[in-house]
Design a protein around this ligand. Structure first.
Ligand SMILES: [Zn+2]
Length: 236
């Protein structure tokens, strides 16, 4: 209902114009001022989706191999990004306290545009946020990041009654369960991975995001975080 209303008032062309305009402003603010360059070589000039994905994977390698650089966490970086943001990647991750995006990808202030929600499900609000991240802020890769032993997916598998609004999350996770129920192996792991793919499909159904993908400005990928090793592997 909300989506319809928004679409009436703001056509895709208008949105794209808004995006271009705001990206322009962001770049001018970020690059044109006499700012102290951050001392750590976290990717600065990422222009391609593949470069953005590689930067995420490299950061996770550093994290998992205990070689973190803690880049972009200085006070000068704080001052730099106070003037504007140009994150290179978005993460649609689980709210699980053990999977904090900036830490597991070894990134800092202004690097990641993060949406976290139990079960990493793509609700319309999350999709709207990610559309903003890519269209307006210029994010080049969106990673849907699920993880090992996800409590939300596990609860959906068990099919128990849940209080409050928790049920709305489980409802959003069910399609992944359906897709994975015939697969051999660990049921919970299969369901977590299938859920990641289902949420990616939801994101791809966004006209705003699919337009960016078509013009090679954006990539959407799935990642699965191993709670024991800290390693993210791509899911496809
Ligand atoms: Zn989880």
């Amino acid at each position: 209902m909300n989506t319809k209303h928004r679409n009436k008032n703001l056509s895709r062309r208008n949105l794209l114009q808004l995006g271009t305009g705001l990206i322009g402003v962001g770049v001018a603010v970020g690059v044109g001022s006499n700012l102290v360059q951050p001392e750590v070589a976290t990717p600065q000039n990422i222009t391609e989706p593949d470069e953005a994905l590689q930067a995420l994977l490299d950061g996770n390698d550093r994290f998992a191999s205990r070689k973190r650089r803690y880049g972009h966490q200085s006070y000068s970086r704080l001052q730099e990004v106070a003037k504007g943001q140009k994150p290179f990647a978005s993460i649609l991750g689980c709210a699980d306290s053990r999977v904090p995006s900036e830490i597991v990808f070894d990134q800092g202030l202004g690097d990641l545009f993060v949406c976290r929600i139990a079960g990493n499900v793509a609700t319309s609000e999350e999709i709207g946020s990610l559309e903003y991240g890519s269209l307006v802020l210029g994010v080049k890769v969106i990673m849907v990041l699920g993880h090992e032993r996800c409590g939300a997916v596990s609860a959906t598998l068990k099919g128990e009654e849940v209080p409050g609004q928790i049920g709305s999350l489980l409802q959003a996770i069910k399609p992944g369960l359906e897709k994975s129920k015939e697969q051999p192996g660990d049921k919970l792991e299969n369901a977590c991975k299938a859920n990641i793919l289902v949420q990616i499909e939801k994101l791809r159904s966004s006209p705003v995001l699919s337009e960016l993908i078509k013009s090679n400005k954006l990539k959407i990928v799935g990642g699965y975080y191993d709670l024991d090793s800290g390693k993210v592997t791509l899911v496809s």
